[in-house]
Design a protein around this ligand. Structure first.
Ligand SMILES: [Zn+2]
Length: 238
């Protein structure tokens, strides 16, 4: 690995060169805008630099796009003034320095009392609070939907909660465990009902075929709308 740079219209561009058994010269830009170029042992550095320079326009365009995305992407930290969702309602976080640690919802605020102002500490305190809330809400929603759907020959589910990146819920048919994403606590109760029902229906129909959606629609007629609302409004990673 070696570092190289060149000037493009007055802008210094630096790249990392990695020697690999590759046919062509490959340029990769990561999410931190670092450029990595791979080329075979036999390609002279001068040739590589000339090639990268010839792509400078494309590189800078991509870097600008990555930076724009980084600026607008949702942040996953907890701090004073941050807006958070709980059960579909928006609240502003208020951080108060205090000897005791507690979190309470007061009107339109989530009031976090903490002996630390460190973002990481506040975040883990907040996640604990969300987990407790989620446990109460998810248990009652899952039971409510189970009571409605059990006549389809569905076994009583056991609830598990996890913070997941990509899925709202999963189910294990063998152990009758339904895992709901902690993130669901941000959505409203109808969205949680939709996911709980979706997983319950899987106990009867494994795949997402016609039978599956026929059954889901019977208990949650507007599931499509709810799913769309969830995917667009509530994915910010906290
Ligand atoms: Zn599914």
């Amino acid at each position: 690995m070696s570092l190289h740079s060149f000037n493009y219209m007055g802008i210094p561009v630096e790249y990392k060169l990695i020697r690999k058994k590759v046919k062509n010269i490959n340029i990769h830009i990561n999410e931190k805008c670092l450029i990595t170029v791979s080329a075979s042992e036999r390609t002279p550095v001068k040739y590589v630099t000339d090639f990268v320079e010839s792509k400078a326009d494309w590189i800078l365009r991509n870097m600008a796009e990555i930076e724009r995305y980084n600026l607008t992407k949702p942040d996953d930290m907890i701090y004073d003034g941050k807006n958070v969702f709980i059960l579909g309602r928006q609240y502003a976080v208020k951080v108060i320095e205090s000897q005791e640690n507690s979190i309470n919802i007061e009107d339109e605020y989530v009031v976090i009392k903490s002996n630390s102002s460190e973002s990481d500490v506040l975040k883990s305190q907040y996640m604990e609070f969300l987990k407790e809330k989620a446990y109460d809400v998810f248990s009652s929603v899952l039971n409510e939907m189970y009571q409605k759907i059990k006549c389809e020959g569905i076994p009583e589910p056991k609830l598990n909660i996890r913070n997941m990146k990509t899925r709202w819920g999963t189910c294990n048919i063998k152990t009758s465990v339904i895992t709901l994403n902690l993130q669901l606590i941000k959505t409203d109760i109808d969205c949680i009902r939709q996911v709980a029902s979706h997983e319950l229906v899987h106990f009867k129909v494994k795949n997402h075929g016609k039978d599956f959606y026929r059954l889901l629609e019977k208990y949650v007629p507007n599931w499509k709308e709810l799913k769309k609302a969830m995917d667009t409004r509530y994915k910010d990673g906290i």
